[in-house]
Structure formats: structure tokens, C-alpha cells
Write a new protein. Structure first.
Length: 191
């Protein structure tokens, strides 16, 4: 533990297409400009834009280390790292919360991005715990593709129709299977 540095945790959350990864990359690039040692991690399950990149929907990207589980972040951590970025945190196991806390206790600034709710509109994996433990939480909004209101929900579509409540929670995809929706326009059939 470095007693000269104070670590902390920032969480960037929201629905899909709200700019979470874009904001994560912006903060990480600013840290790099300030000559801070930055490492970025992502879950191995996220292969949408290449295995060793984190990329936003608008095309910004940054190099990342894919890891199979949260504890592997500690195994890949370089001694001089002062800032850690973690994208798609909702896909990690629950141990991600302990890993993030350990990093912060070591004096590292940890910036976590992820979906706060799944397609059903329910809390997604470890994100609520990460949000509760963070020093800073920023909830971003997209624009509802149906009515144009601020969107806080992620609508999953299967063959153009809303996914059913009992469909699997984890299904990695992009604009072809997900849309940003407001509370009123978000539909999840239960039968």
C-alpha cells in the first residue's frame, strides 16, 4: 500500500448507448496525458471490438487486457500503475467488488464502467455493490429511440421484437439487438 497516494473508486453507469465507455476512455486518456500509469481491463466475454481493445460505439478505443475473472486483474497489475480502468463490469463475477476495493486501498484510482440495469430493468450483477462502495457515481443517459426522451433502460430486441423476461440475461451484442429506451417505452413481456 502506498501511503502517499489516496485511492478512490469512480463508477460510470447507465443504459447502452449512454456514453459510458466513451467517458471511461476520456478519463483514462486525461490520466495518460498527466503521465499517470494507466492499465485497462475488460471481461474476456466481451469480444465485440477485438480481444485487446475497449471501444465505444462512436469509435473511440484504448488498449485493454482481457481477463477471465475479476481476481485476474490483480495478477496482471503492473507495480507502477496508478489508474485502473475496468469496462463492462456487469459481466464480472461478484469478486470484482473486492478487487476494486483492494486496488483503491493500494492508492490506485479505479474507474469502472458498466450497465446498471439488465434488459429487464433490474440491477445488473455486481454493479449496485460497486456503485454503493464508490466515492463517485455518474449515471449517464441516452436518448429513447422511440420517443426522444432521456433513456435509462436497455431494450433487448429479438427479430425486432422485445425480448421476454425469462430470456437469458447475458447476451453480448450491439445496435442490432439492443436499443436505448425511456421507462415508458421500455417493454419486457412476461408471458
Amino acid at each position: 500500500m502506498d501511503s502517499t497516494r489516496t485511492g478512490w473508486v469512480e463508477v460510470i453507469c447507465g443504459c447502452m448507448f449512454s456514453g459510458k465507455t466513451e467517458e471511461l476512455i476520456r478519463r483514462l486518456r486525461r490520466a495518460q496525458i498527466a503521465r499517470q500509469q494507466v492499465q485497462v481491463f475488460k471481461p474476456l466475454i466481451d469480444t465485440r471490438y477485438g480481444i485487446e481493445r475497449v471501444r465505444s460505439h462512436n469509435g473511440l478505443d484504448i488498449e485493454a487486457i482481457p481477463v477471465p475473472h475479476a481476481r485476474a486483474i490483480l495478477e496482471h497489475l503492473h507495480p507502477g500503475t496508478t489508474v485502473v480502468g475496468i469496462d463492462e463490469a456487469q459481466f464480472f463475477d461478484w469478486e470484482i467488488a473486492d478487487v476494486v476495493q483492494e486496488l483503491a486501498e493500494r492508492g490506485i484510482r479505479v474507474i469502472v464502467a458498466g450497465l446498471d440495469m439488465d434488459f429487464r430493468g433490474e440491477p445488473f450483477g455486481p454493479m449496485p455493490l460497486l456503485m454503493a462502495q464508490a466515492e463517485q457515481v455518474d449515471k449517464l443517459h441516452a436518448i429513447c429511440v422511440v420517443c426522444g426522451a432521456p433513456a435509462t433502460r436497455t431494450q433487448r430486441l429479438i427479430n425486432g421484437r422485445p425480448a421476454r423476461y425469462d430470456d437469458p440475461v447475458i447476451l453480448v451484442g450491439g445496435s442490432e439487438t439492443y436499443e436505448a429506451r425511456c421507462r415508458r417505452c421500455h417493454v419486457v413481456p412476461r408471458e
